[in-house]
Design a binder for this molecule. Structure first.
Ligand SMILES: Nc1ncnc2c1ncn2[C@@H]1O[C@H](COP(=O)(O)OP(=O)(O)O)[C@@H](O)[C@H]1O
Ligand SMILES: [Mg+2]
Length: 320
């Protein structure tokens, strides 16, 4: 089992830092729970009183869809992460509140008496910079617009120079695609040693090897950028194992993956997120499981993960 214990509240502004802490979920393998983890942790931190901004950096826009801010939910005039990166929108303009689908209007609902049915409910404290299918053209865009590569670093500079002020307890979560392409590079080169890349490993998949590749990749990025103007010092302090065996979902093969990773990285392994069929539900329900199913296994497990990452509830009395 993981030896991690709940941590006291993490200093979100270490060394006088002005811009929000950045946590990026990255592993170069598809379907390894990057998006699930981004949404679950984002929602839990938001419920605990942090201000959370999710950047959906994957052209597949899965995180945005769960937040009901996917391509089909946006109006022509709405901005996305593509507009932010290409300089068409400011961060505030490109940020919207995450929502959850409230279901169809109930049959006994009478708009004349009950008022207009709310199709969506806002999720307090949870914001998203919506994804964009055009992100698959980003390599081409950077090739002819070199200066946009530092888009994230440029955003952090606005806080460093005082042009923008971060909300107290604001955290940024980056949902990355499954590769080390330009969007991943442009994100991790903006991160310094206080920021974290957290790899989520789905132990029922084949991507455990990708963990070692990620650590090598991050070292190479840091080395490559050591004399350049970008910080590029993101590190891995925590590793998340998801889909770990349970009594009803046991398989020696999955347990072997857990054992191998714990042997190699024991002190970095977060409490396990156990295997659960419930996790998939948030794609269909278009609402975070942490809200729709607060007693479920994934909700319990991600709450422990949030404790061990140093994000205690900021208003424990209010929840009690
Ligand atoms: N704890 C879990 N147990 C079982 N399946 C999970 C768990 N967490 C996520 N999944 C499922 O794994 C699949 C991939 O998750 P997703 O978050 O979309 O991965 P990625 O963003 O890395 O591509 C989804 O079908 C999701 O529902
Ligand atoms: Mg994803």
């Amino acid at each position: 089992m993981s030896s991690k214990l709940p941590k006291p509240k993490r200093d979100l502004r270490p060394k006088g830092r002005m811009h929000p802490l950045i946590l990026a979920f990255l592993l170069a393998a598809g379907g390894t729970t990057k998006t699930t983890t981004t949404i679950m942790l984002g929602t839990i931190l938001a419920l605990r009183g942090y201000t959370v901004r999710i950047f959906d950096l994957d052209a597949q826009c899965n995180a945005s869809e769960i937040a009901n801010r996917g391509p089909d939910d946006l109006a022509e005039s709405d901005f996305t992460v593509w507009d932010l990166i290409t300089g068409e929108a400011t961060l505030e303009e490109a940020t919207v509140q995450a929502r959850m689908w409230n279901g169809a209007e109930p049959e006994d609902w009478d708009p004349e008496v009950d008022g207009e049915w709310d199709e969506y409910l806002a999720i307090p404290n949870l914001f998203i910079v919506p994804g964009d299918e055009r992100m698959k053209n980003l390599e081409k865009h950077f090739a002819s617009n070199h200066s946009d590569f530092s888009w994230l670093y440029d955003q952090t500079m606005k806080y460093r120079t005082g042009e923008l002020t971060a909300r107290e307890n604001e955290v940024w979560l980056m949902d990355l695609p499954a590769n080390y392409g330009q969007i991943t590079l442009s994100t991790i080169t903006a991160m310094d040693e206080d920021d974290e890349v957290i790899p989520p490993v789905l132990v029922t998949g084949k991507e455990a090897k990708q963990l070692e590749k990620l650590l090598i990749e991050l070292r190479e990025v840091t080395h490559h950028y050591r004399n350049k103007s970008l910080p590029a010092r993101a590190t891995v302090h925590n590793i998340l194992l998801c889909g770990t065996p349970t009594s009803s979902h046991n398989a020696a093969e999955y347990q072997r993956t857990v054992d191998e990773i714990e042997e190699a990285h024991g002190d970095r392994v977060l409490p396990h997120v156990r295997y659960s069929g419930v996790a998939a539900g948030q794609y269909r329900q278009k609402a975070p499981v942490a809200i729709t199913d607060p007693k479920s296994r994934p909700t319990q497990d991600y709450n422990l993960v949030a404790d061990c990452l140093g994000f205690p509830d900021l208003e424990p009395e209010a929840a009690a």
